[in-house]
Design a protein. Sequence first.
Length: 146
Amino acid sequence: MKKYCINCGKAIDNKHNSHNLKEEHSFDYCSSCNTSNSYEDLDKIEDHEFNQKVHNNIIKANDMKNNSLCFIVGGFILLIIGIFFFVLSFKRNVIGIRVFSPMCFEFFIAIIALALSAVGLIYGFIRFLSAYNKKKYFKTLLRKIK
Ligand SMILES: [Zn+2]
């Protein structure tokens, strides 16, 4: 499972760390904020602090998950708007047959809505996965330190 720093929330890259650090600490050391993530040899106060930090990270990951869902919902709404305007860009010609007219304003709006929808959906999905993994990691960590 991917590891995350309890202090800054960034993913801990073990490969990158092992070059400049002693072996026994390399797995718990965050190179982004230069702090240790080790929960061994902690006294009671430090242990409590560690616990709190993990809890805060779970809350943050939860917020991030909700935020990503907003992007996904927004993406879906734009997708529907895009499809609606795409349908509208089929206009009746002089003999009353609907023909696709790519130069019309409706098609222009459809393209913009669909493009924004794709961005929202992809970004939301990536963010959702990242938040989900983070939450899972910190929940596992919380169970381990108890
Ligand atoms: Zn960090």
